[in-house]
Design a protein around this ligand. Structure first.
Ligand SMILES: Nc1ncnc2c1ncn2[C@@H]1O[C@H](COP(=O)(O)OP(=O)(O)OP(=O)(O)O)[C@@H](O)[C@H]1O
Ligand SMILES: [Mg+2]
Length: 208
């Protein structure tokens, strides 16, 4: 049975879809990975379509898009056929997002390192708490050091929330790789983006 990661954050544009795609490619180097896009925006599915004809795509990532009444059955089928299932959720808390969180072993919450973004994540944190799911916050588009980042780290620690030890910086490599249907490790195996992304994937795998 697969371990399930739901990438969730009520705030739009936090990096859920980018993170889902990047993690899938990184983890697929050693595990059977499937991606499930339950966001009607369909950005992850679009990335998957590009990837299907991308000769530089080195790892195999199954990609499925579904929402509504078919979600529960699709989750059951996918769970049985891979090691890691990553679900990209929409920036809303609706019944599908709740189903995804309920199914997850880990709810991964990307956020910019600013208190405003933690406030925006409260709904997702509350949902995960209601469903008794484990959560991990991950800083995305993070400056190496900033007053706001330090303040937020202190607030996260005080609330005993789990913050992953690897943050992703703001790098055009993420946007470029996504636009080409690739992971950063495929677009530039020795890039700074690939190095930090692989480290993040390893930290997440340790939690599962
Ligand atoms: N670390 C990063 N560096 C540079 N660009 C990034 C980074 N993370 C995300 N982006 C870009 O920011 C935009 C928003 O990211 P993404 O679509 O993953 O957010 P999202 O949370 O899925 O948004 P939505 O809530 O609309 O689904 C995309 O263009 C993406 O390529
Ligand atoms: Mg998205």
């Amino acid at each position: 049975m697969a371990k399930i990661i739901a990438v969730a954050q009520q705030k739009g544009g936090a990096g859920k879809t980018m993170l889902a795609a990047q993690l899938a490619v990184a983890i697929a180097a050693t595990k059977r990975v499937a991606l499930l896009d339950i966001d009607p925006q369909g950005s992850l599915a679009a990335w998957g379509q590009l990837r299907a004809s991308q000769p530089r795509a080195s790892s195999v990532v199954g990609l499925h898009a579904v929402s509504g009444w078919r979600l529960a059955a699709t989750l059951d089928t996918l769970k049985a056929g891979c090691d890691i299932l990553i679900i990209d959720t929409p920036p809303v808390i609706d019944s599908d997002a709740r189903r995804a969180v309920r199914a997850a072993d880990l709810v991964l919450i990307p956020l910019n390192p600013s208190p405003v973004d933690l406030w925006a994540a409260e709904g997702t944190l509350k949902l995960a708490a209601e469903e008794k799911r484990r959560t991990a916050l991950v800083f995305n588009r993070a400056p190496a050091a900033s007053r706001l980042r330090k303040r937020l780290e202190a607030e996260i620690a005080a609330r005993r929330l789990h913050l992953l030890p690897i943050a992703l910086a703001n790098r055009v490599a993420y946007a470029n790789a996504f636009a080409d249907g690739l992971g950063v490790s495929e677009a530039g195996p020795n890039s700074a983006a690939a190095t930090e992304l692989n480290a993040l994937a390893a930290a997440i795998m340790e939690l599962l």
